[in-house]
Design a protein around this ligand. Structure first.
Ligand code: UT7
Length: 327
């Protein structure tokens, strides 16, 4: 039997500062009731002071490494999924590698928006299938609060900051990652974008006056694509593993909107205790949302060896995908 990639440690880190819906009512024309009913979000964590993306990532990573019993020097690869890196160069992964002292490891960022953790795990999975001794750190980390327009009520109420991490290695046991399916559709990129601060647009006042340094989202359109893609990803993973919906012990979906999670739950006919939900506390943390949820579930002690876990994500690009694993 070939080796499989297994998660041996998880960690997460949320900034201490919590911003409630009531606080947002003072900034933009919105209401706690609207935000809760339309998105399910009650509060989100937002960075303050000198908290950066790499700072959140390092703190999440340290907790994951501690749980895994792996020293930073043993890591072979550090992958950071993010759309809000500290800077374009060096990658956030290099900053994390340095800060951890993981000097034997390669390091790279991947830019896959909200599907980043699933893409990251799938890369780790491929390496580990070849060499089961490898130890790989996969992090999803975001500082979205610095890339939302705090005057735009259609986006600023939705996003939050945070980081989640997982340490993977190989096992010969009948556990670990069973399948990954990755998808993208660049033809729809304009529905969810952050256009400035790359090299296509000049760093000029006109660009900033248009607010192109902030996340722009056509929410309703994105919603429609998200529900379709998340559901089809779930069925694709189940089919690949000959699972029925009854086989799923826990669904970890990207936390973008409670209505999307409820739709998925209904379509897959899953009971409440099989759909992990924490969007009310953190909002949409993009690439960090699934690893934060996974770490929370893990630390709550609700995951047991052999459980069948299904991960699905969807985000800007568009990108989407699934990952099935036996915990
Ligand atoms: O992470 C990547 C994937 N992201 C997603 O999947 C997000 C998908 N989209 C969504 O979650 C939802 O579309 C939103 C939560 C963004 C918006 O919910 P919606 O039910 O689609 O609302 P809407 O955009 O159709 O807006 C309904 C109304 C509009 O007013 P009118 O035109 O009906 O008069 C908006 O202007 O609600 C208004 N509105 C707000 N009202 C109070 C929009 N944002 C707010 C707000 N507070 N924050």
């Amino acid at each position: 039997m070939p080796s499989k990639a297994i998660i041996i440690g998880t960690g997460s880190h949320l900034p201490a500062r919590i911003v409630t819906n009531q606080e947002l009512e003072k900034i933009v024309e919105t209401s706690d009731e609207w935000i809760k009913t339309r998105s399910g979000i009650s509060e989100r964590h937002i960075v303050s002071g000198d908290e950066t993306n790499s700072f959140l990532a390092v703190n999440a990573a340290k907790k994951a490494l501690e749980m895994a019993g792996v020293a930073p020097g043993e890591l072979d690869l550090v992958i950071v999924a993010t759309l809000t890196p500290d800077m374009p160069m060096p990658s956030t992964a290099c900053l994390v590698q340095k800060e951890l002292g993981a000097l034997k490891a390669g390091a790279m960022d991947i830019s896959v928006t909200c599907s980043g953790f699933i893409y990251g795990l799938s890369i780790a999975d491929k390496f580990i299938r070849d060499n089961r001794k490898m130890k790989i750190l996969v992090i999803g980390s975001e500082v979205l609060s610095k890339r939302v327009d705090w005057q735009d009520r259609t986006t600023c109420v939705l996003f939050g900051d945070g980081a989640g991490a997982a340490v993977l290695t190989g096992t010969m046991e009948d556990r670990g990652i069973l399948s990954t399916h990755l998808h993208a559709d660049g033809t729809l990129w304009e529905l969810l974008s952050l256009q400035a601060l790359g090299t296509a647009l000049p760093l000029e006042p006109d660009i900033f006056a248009q607010g192109l340094q902030y996340i722009k989202m056509q929410g309703k359109e994105v919603f429609k694509h998200a529900v379709r893609a998340l559901e089809s990803s779930a069925w694709e993973a189940m089919k690949a593993n000959s699972w029925q919906t009854d086989d799923i012990d826990m669904l970890f979906s990207h936390q973008a909107n409670i209505r999307i999670l409820e739709f998925l739950q209904e379509r897959l006919r899953l009971p409440d205790d099989k759909v992990f939900i924490n969007i009310h506390k953190y909002g949409n943390t993009s690439a960090a949302s699934i690893p934060i949820a996974l770490d929370e579930a893990n630390r709550q002690g609700i995951l047991h060896p052999g459980m069948k876990l299904l991960f699905v994500a969807f985000g800007g690009g568009f990108t989407w995908g699934s990952l099935a694993m036996r915990w």
